[in-house]
Design a binder for this molecule. Structure first.
Ligand code: ME8
Length: 651
């Protein structure tokens, strides 16, 4: 992605008019993950975030709180910074648009463009929306309602200053066409090109002080301030020294990537780029516009009361699971729906069952049978060889995904390896090898597992910067870290000694979640400082027996069958909806040879509740009902022998 030596990444400057929610946290985390990845690949990274503090919205918010605008933004900026600290954001700088170092660059840029004739004065009339701080044309507001916020607009005519954006339209189109990775993802690029098919107007950059005083004075028109975009966008160059520290500026510019939400794509891809052209500066290498986090009720907004607070989620589930979830769940570039149920499902499936359990089920066996020591063996079993080759390919796929901002794909690749390793444990059954005293093979198996954990952990570290070092500590290689660029299979040193694993991702049971929601302790973490919980015993016993604790991991419950129907073109399957008290689930059961749909509607059965959802014949089946073969070759559903409470746990 980047040919330059340095990697310069930015987030939007968030408006200092309100507190931040998971949408804002997401953009900043994306830049953080990218920065951590690039650093791990050995690049010189500069990561900038900050606050957008001028404009009417901020002025109004301050007034409502009885504060001056700066008093108001000072307070909010502290909150922004404390959120970034909580989320362990590794930014190199935080720029405020109210700082002198920024304001003087805006003034410099305005002067340059004024002298060049790229800023001019003219009368402007249009329909103005105060909350959105923007004019609309007559055509755009036939009902005199703002298309964005749906509030009424007022007609205004005033002397204004304009930036000659239109002069750069063709140059911008040519640049977009000549640089395929410039606006990403592809559909957003097409949107911008679509927008540029219409004649591009010039950009009004001023407000009379009589209407807005909270901005940066226009150096050539003292009764006017510049506001919002001309001010805010300039931060990307003011923070890195333009034009007063050109050494720093030349080292970092052009930016490698501006990460923004899709709402501010046009301002970045059109306003900012034409401003840069006018200033004779290079364009950023990439503008990546990601999608929205929405909730069931639509886009998050205060008025809908559906704002998701990142602090609450971190307190409830821990920082690394929060970071992981956001990037595993959202296809970077598309919208995603946040639900807490979904969070818990992913946590339990990917973190507790897959990644966490890989250590939990194997390291105690290594301690018990080989004094915790990994003995390096050349892979001889076909599965060990397969995993070694697979890991090399997975790293290549992961790098490719990360270089292209496909965070969800990068995580998917890592989990392919995590899941293969868990399957390898099942296939090789190290507890059996230990019992047979087959130490040659046992050592090979443990080495593959230890190396697999190390390999996956290095790859996942940009996403989980706190728990990854803990995983490395558990397998005894916290000291022998390699950089991501050098990571290769087989680097786990012979004789490395593991420690008793502590559960990083304790399963979230329903009761536990209720407790966490009431403010109980988080999973394995305490906000920023993640602490591992107390050690638990191994889950695998050499005799194939499981502990009572392990049995409790399977959540069985009483389900009432509400509907049943045949699945098309699948003779043996019935599609059921079952009521389990708190929710209704859909599942597919292979019982059609033995039960007619109408026979079983209304029946109570026993269901495995916490099974990962699976797609069967295109239907997402979430849960499994229990049944046993009968002596005459039939099938008997397992049901309570008296009416039980629907949804209640079976134990
Ligand atoms: O627009 N889902 O600031 P802002 C995903 N100051 N991302 C979201 C989101 C959601 N539901 N809600 C917000 C501004 N975001 C200007 C920017 S840049 C020089 C000036 C993220 O506080 C997303 O990145 O309204 C979006 O673009 C940004 O927050 C808007 O933040």
């Amino acid at each position: 992605m980047s040919e330059k030596k340095s990697f310069y990444v930015t987030t939007p400057l968030y408006y200092a008019n309100d507190e931040l929610h998971i949408g804002h946290a997401f953009s900043t985390l994306a830049a953080d993950i990218l920065s951590r990845y690039q650093r791990a690949m050995g690049r010189d990274v500069y990561f900038l975030t900050g606050s957008d503090e001028h404009g009417q919205k901020v002025e109004q918010a301050a007034k409502a709180r009885g504060l001056t605008p700066l008093e108001h933004t000072d307070k909010l900026v502290e909150k922004f910074k404390s959120l970034w600290e909580l989320l362990d954001i590794s930014n190199d700088d935080f720029i405020r648009t109210t700082e002198d170092r920024h304001k003087k660059v805006v003034v410099h840029a305005l002067n340059q463009l004024w002298e060049k004739g790229d800023i001019y004065e003219a009368d402007y009339s249009g329909w103005y929306c105060t909350p959105c701080e923007r004019f609309w044309t007559e055509k755009e507001v036939p009902e005199k309602i703002c298309p964005d916020c749906k509030r009424s607009v007022q007609e205004l005519s005033e002397k204004s200053y304009f930036f000659k954006m239109s002069a750069y339209q063709q140059k911008l189109i040519d640049h977009i066409n000549a640089n395929p990775g410039f606006i990403r993802p592809e559909n957003r690029k097409n949107e911008v090109l679509g927008f540029l098919r219409q004649p591009l107007g010039d950009l009004c950059i001023s407000r009379p002080k009589a209407r807005l005083s909270w901005g940066i004075d226009l150096p050539f028109a003292p009764d006017y301030v510049t506001y919002v975009w001309f001010d805010a966008l300039t931060n990307y160059i003011s923070a890195i020294g333009y034009p007063f520290d050109m050494e720093k500026f030349n080292r970092l510019w052009p930016a490698s990537c501006h990460i923004v939400g899709k709402d501010i794509l046009t301002t970045h891809a059109v306003y900012w780029t034409t401003m840069l052209m006018a200033l004779d500066l290079q364009l950023p290498q990439c503008i990546f516009a990601h999608g929205w986090w929405v909730t069931g009720e639509g886009k998050m907004s205060k008025s809908l009361g559906n704002i998701i607070n990142p602090r609450e989620l971190v307190a409830r589930y821990g920082l690394d699971p929060f970071r992981f979830y956001l990037f595993r769940e959202m296809v970077f570039g598309m919208d995603a729906t946040y639900t807490e149920d979904n969070f818990v499902l992913r946590y339990n499936a990917d973190l507790a069952n897959d990644y966490g359990n890989l250590c939990q089920r194997t390291l105690p066996l290594l301690i018990k049978n080989r004094e915790g020591i990994f003995h390096k063996k050349q892979p001889a079993l076909p599965q060990s060889l397969e995993i070694a080759q697979m890991a090399t390919q997975i790293k290549a796929d992961y790098v490719e995904a990360m270089e292209n901002f496909l965070f969800h794909d990068a995580l998917k690749h890592i989990w392919t390896l995590v899941q293969r390793l868990n399957k390898y444990v099942d296939e090789t059954a190290p507890w059996k090898l230990a019992k047979e005293q087959n130490f040659e093979v046992l050592d090979e198996v443990f080495y593959t597992i230890g190396e697999g954990i190390r390999f996956c952990t290095h790859l996942v570290e940009p996403f989980m910067p706190h728990l990854a070092p803990e995983f490395l500590k558990q397998i005894g290689c916290a000291e022998q870290r390699v950089s991501l660029s050098d990571l290769a299979w087989g680097q786990l040193p012979d004789g490395t000694s593991c420690t008793e694993p502590t559960p990083m991702f304790p399963r979230l049971e329903t009761e536990r979640i209720q407790n966490l929601k009431k403010g109980g302790k988080p999973a394995a973490e305490d906000g920023k400082k993640e602490k591992a919980a107390a050690p638990v015993k191994s889950e695998v016993n050499e005799d194939g027996l499981i502990s009572f604790d392990d049995f409790l991991k399977t959540e069985l419950c009483i389900a009432r069958i509400e509907t049943a129907e045949k699945v098309e073109k699948a003779d043996k399957l019935l599609k059921l909806t079952v009521n389990i008290g708190s929710e209704t689930r859909t599942l597919v059961a292979g019982i059609a040879d033995f039960y007619k749909p109408e026979e079983i509607i209304g029946r109570q059965v026993v269901m495995v509740k916490n099974l990962k959802p699976a797609k069967i014949r295109g239907i997402v089946s979430h849960g499994m009902i229990l049944a046993a073969a009968t002596e005459d070759g039939g099938l008997a559903l397992v049901s309570p022998d008296k009416l039980a409470q629907t949804g209640i746990r079976v134990k």
